[in-house]
Design a binder for this molecule. Structure first.
Ligand SMILES: *[C@@H]1O[C@H](CO)[C@@H](O)[C@H](O)[C@H]1NC(C)=O
Ligand SMILES: *[C@@H]1O[C@H](CO)[C@@H](O)[C@H](O)[C@H]1NC(C)=O
Ligand SMILES: *[C@@H]1O[C@H](CO)[C@@H](O)[C@H](O)[C@H]1NC(C)=O
Ligand SMILES: *[C@@H]1O[C@H](CO)[C@@H](O)[C@H](O)[C@H]1NC(C)=O
Ligand SMILES: *[C@@H]1O[C@H](CO)[C@@H](O)[C@H](O)[C@H]1NC(C)=O
Ligand SMILES: [Cu+2]
Length: 563
């Protein structure tokens, strides 16, 4: 299936090599207009197609998708147990943002909270030329103060499945998140798009209430987990239910929005065809169970090809890298048409009982648009450690614990005077244009971490558990997996690469909520001198003026890293 031999010599800096690794006939690889039909021509997309290298060229529909979202502080009982939650528009998950490939997405966010700032991040969205829309408090904006409104505008140059979430302190994990669907071509046919399957862990207390315990004793055990905002607990709650028609194939868009848990996702007796990892379509592969780290997404196609009945859909927290009070009972029900909904009696696939913390195999995650990585021009080795400060755990990156300054975001500093940075800001400066940057993240500690980078998809060149990175490490530069979250193996390293093609200030961090909060983060200042030209400095300054007025009047307590 792979076409590696064709690729040799094609890779060049700045203009990435493109070779279609096509399961489709050549005639379908489009030079002419071809309309999308998920069952008959899933690789078609008007004048574009699944073979389009969207880093270079994406449609521009001229369509503006405008959304209004409001942060709401309320009480909900997703699993039957009431607790205080922070939400987008009153629900968990919040409303889904839907767009077509090439649309411009405009989201007006109103901070309806009385006691928190906010910022909303569009996870995995490349934000090419739109750094100020990345929505990270203290990096690309001041927090929007209570009562304030902020508009984010970005172009959907990628397509597939992702999510948005608060990037202000611990707020996301109180419920401030929702899904994003960007319609586009697909690498395998399907009859119907079932939309999002959002899985997460769920605590019965707020993340603010748990933070002190998390920082002195390690992550608390989530009482439960949710599938599309629902699960049972004791006698309460209810399960998410969905229906299948025999013979129909469905696309499911699975997103892990947890604070602490990695999951295996599986549907009893049904196999899945995996068609994308994060926002990157891949050459399809079959599996019955899929590992999904925090922040990762997998789109799968499932065919209703089993006897009509009820089947469990399972989200299984992996105890090798976390804990959960409902280990084997985070489930939803799939019911075939013509059958009454009932507790399934189906049994899990054998593979679902394997508990580990390993990403899907790199050999399975073959991007459909095949691109090679070039040799490193810039290489940074980042050592992850832990330190204890006043009996609080703090994560360190090359010995520094990340700490942000809400009142003066990096973006504002960069566009105003290119000022100096503190060690706690963990800044890596990338001045070179369109050069390959390698980041090697390594840790001697026996824990795994989902590593996420803003502003870029990255190439996963290699990773190893129980090993230290050396210059002899074997790295794969030939169409390696490309995505925006990768698991850093325990006591090991991961090497990722990207081209410095997107001027901006970009956060890189562990996506375990507790770890981000405890300082496992750094930022890239990429091509600083070109950033100001892409930013409306008045918006940045106005948001900061309102925040700083609020902060100086009230009692804002920054307990954690801030992001
Ligand atoms: C969110 O809530 C606001 C305020 O009630 C409403 O105007 C808006 O339409 C809602 N947005 C969505 C996407 O439902
Ligand atoms: C949410 O409401 C509760 C109860 O009124 C209050 O104590 C808390 O500070 C509020 N949180 C935010 C972020 O506004
Ligand atoms: C956010 O609000 C919660 C209450 O809902 C509070 O405990 C926490 O301190 C607030 N965080 C910040 C940074 O203001
Ligand atoms: C489902 O799979 C199990 C084994 O995993 C098998 O024992 C069972 O017969 C299957 N059920 C149906 C309805 O095919
Ligand atoms: C990058 O450029 C800035 C000016 O834009 C300069 O201050 C800085 O020293 C340069 N950094 C490196 C590592 O070359
Ligand atoms: Cu971590």
């Amino acid at each position: 299936m792979r076409t590696s031999s064709l690729l040799s010599g094609l890779s060049a800096l700045g203009s990435l090599a493109l070779v279609a690794a096509a399961p489709f006939a050549e005639s379908n690889v489009l030079s002419k207009r071809c309309d999308f039909d998920s069952a008959a021509s899933p690789d078609c997309w008007g004048d574009y197609s699944l073979s389009t290298n969207w880093y270079d060229d994406a449609p521009d529909t001229g369509v503006i998708r405008e959304y209004w979202l409001q942060l709401v502080n309320t009480t909900l009982a997703p699993d039957g147990v009431e607790r205080m939650v922070l939400t987008v528009n009153g629900t968990i998950p919040g409303p889904t943002i839907t767009a077509d490939w090439g649309d411009t997405v405009v989201v007006h966010v109103h901070n309806g909270l009385q006691d928190n700032g906010t910022s909303i991040h569009w996870h995995g969205i490349r934000q090419f030329g739109t750094n100020e829309a990345d929505g990270v408090a203290s990096i690309t904006q001041c927090p929007a103060a209570p009562g304030e409104d902020l508009t984010y505008t970005w172009k959907a140059t990628q397509y597939g499945t992702t999510w948005y979430h608060s990037h202000f302190s611990l707020q996301a994990w109180n419920g401030v998140f929702g899904g994003i669907i960007i319609n586009g071509p697909a690498s395998a046919p399907y009859d119907e798009d079932k939309g999002l399957i959002i899985i997460n862990d769920w605590y019965h207390q707020t993340s603010d209430q748990l933070y002190a315990a998390a920082s002195t004793s390690g992550p608390p055990t989530p009482e439960n987990g949710l599938i599309n905002g629902l699960n049972v607990y004791g006698d309460g709650g209810s399960r998410f239910e969905t229906s299948f028609t025999s013979g129909t194939s469905y696309r499911l868009r699975i997103v892990n929005t947890a604070m602490d848990n990695m999951f295996k996702f599986t549907i009893d007796n049904h196999t899945m065809t995996v068609i994308s990892s994060d926002l990157v379509p891949i050459v399809p592969y079959e599996t019955d169970t899929i590992f999904i780290g925090i922040g990762q997404r997998y789109d799968v196609v499932v065919k209703a090809d089993q006897a009509a009945g009820n089947y469990w859909m399972r989200s299984i927290p992996q105890l090798s890298c976390g804990s959960n009070g409902m280990t084997l009972n985070i489930k939803a029900i799939v019911t075939y048409d013509g059958v009454d909904v009932a507790e399934p009696e189906s049994e899990a696939w054998d593979s679902a009982s394997v508990d580990d913390c390993l990403d899907e195999l790199s050999s399975n995650l073959v991007p459909f648009v095949a691109l090679d990585a070039g040799d490193a021009v810039v290489e940074e080795v980042l050592d992850i450690g832990i330190s204890i400060v006043n009996s609080f755990f703090k994560w360190t990156v090359n010995s520094n614990t990340f700490l942000s300054d809400w009142g003066t975001p990096t973006l504002q500093k960069v566009i105003s005077d290119g000022s100096t940075y503190t060690a706690e800001e963990n800044i890596i400066t990338l001045n070179e244009t369109n050069k390959w940057v390698y980041l090697v993240i390594e840790s001697q500690l026996g824990l795994t971490h989902p590593i996420h980078l803003h502003g870029h998809d990255f190439f996963v060149l290699g990773k190893e558990s129980g090993a230290t990175f050396t210059t002899d490490a074997s790295l794969n530069l030939v169409n390696p997996p490309r995505r925006d979250v990768v698991m850093l193996p325990a006591s090991g390293y991961v090497a990722i690469a990207f081209v410095s093609d997107n001027p901006g200030v970009w956060l890189a961090h562990c996506h375990i909520g507790w770890h981000t909060s405890q300082g496992f983060a750094l930022q890239l200042v990429e091509r600083a001198s070109e950033i100001a030209a892409t930013v409306d400095s008045k918006v940045v300054d106005d948001t900061c003026a309102a925040w700083n007025a609020y902060a100086s009047a009230g009692a804002v307590v920054q307990e954690d890293s801030g992001v």
